[in-house]
Design a protein around this ligand. Structure first.
Ligand SMILES: Nc1nc2c(c(=O)[nH]1)N[C@@H](CN(C=O)c1ccc(C(=O)N[C@@H](CCC(=O)O)C(=O)O)cc1)CN2
Ligand SMILES: NCC(=O)N[C@@H]1O[C@H](COP(=O)([O-])[O-])[C@@H](O)[C@H]1O
Length: 202
């Protein structure tokens, strides 16, 4: 089977990206990271890609005259790497109609909460403030909503009484990285179909 190409988009430390970089070192994983993109400069996620010899690019919203122009430029740059799958791994920008039109059904995002709970940018904090006893991470196929796309995989972790946002998020990320590596590998190797709110792999 041919190696599937992915583009990974990040906005921060890139530990999920690093897990994918490490997994891709095994040819049996069947995935190649064609490029890593970001919405901001000088982040560890880009440094991780550079250390691994992976092409990188940055598209900052403020560089463009409108959000739509940014979205189109991002889609054009990502498309130039001819990905089979686009993985948003801590990418903190909502992609728009142009991007989704170009890659709809082929964009997945990992979120540090159990969807549909706690969408947005504060998943671990919202879970802690709500007082849930379990939380986790969700990998979903990205749609035009905010964290509303059909779910590919989820993983559950306990919330401890003495948790801070940081300790909880770190616990989530340990499980999240395993979920992401497993699910992205299966999506890439086995293929998948999105049928309404169901994602069927293989
Ligand atoms: N069309 C979509 N794009 C993205 C989604 C999605 O569900 N649909 N998920 C995000 C990742 N994410 C949560 O998992 C998320 C990231 C960022 C935001 C957000 O409100 N971003 C603001 C700016 C925030 C900032 O720059 O700090 C924005 O884009 O204007 C919500 C959810 C990835 N893309
Ligand atoms: N709503 C988007 C969001 O909160 N994404 C989260 O950002 C973290 C990035 O960590 P990383 O940069 O170490 O991979 C991850 O936990 C990811 O789920």
């Amino acid at each position: 089977m041919s190696t599937r190409r992915i583009v990974v988009l990040v906005s921060g430390s890139g530990t999920n990206l690093q897990a994918l970089i490490d997994a891709c070192a095994d040819p049996a994983y069947g995935v190649q990271i064609a490029a890593v993109g970001a919405d901001r400069e000088d982040i560890e996620g880009l440094a991780r890609a550079e250390r691994a010899g992976i092409p990188t690019f940055v598209k900052k919203v403020g560089q463009f005259t409108s959000r739509e122009h940014w979205d189109r430029a991002l889609a054009d740059t990502v498309g130039g790497f001819e990905p089979d799958l686009v993985v948003l791994a801590g990418f903190m920008k909502l992609v728009g109609a142009e991007f989704l039109g170009r890659f709809e059904g082929r964009v997945v995002n990992t979120h540090p909460a159990l969807s549909p709970s706690f969408p947005g940018t504060r998943g671990p904090a919202d879970a802690l403030e709500y007082g849930v006893k379990v939380t986790g991470a969700t990998l979903f196929v990205v749609d035009a909503g905010v964290d509303t796309g059909p779910i590919v995989a989820q993983t559950v972790v306990p919330v401890e009484d003495d948790d801070t946002v940081e300790t909880l998020h770190e616990r989530i990320k340990v499980a999240e990285r395993r979920m992401l590596v497993d699910a992205v590998g299966r999506l890439a190797r086995e293929g998948y179909v999105v049928d309404g709110r169901r994602v069927r792999i293989g």
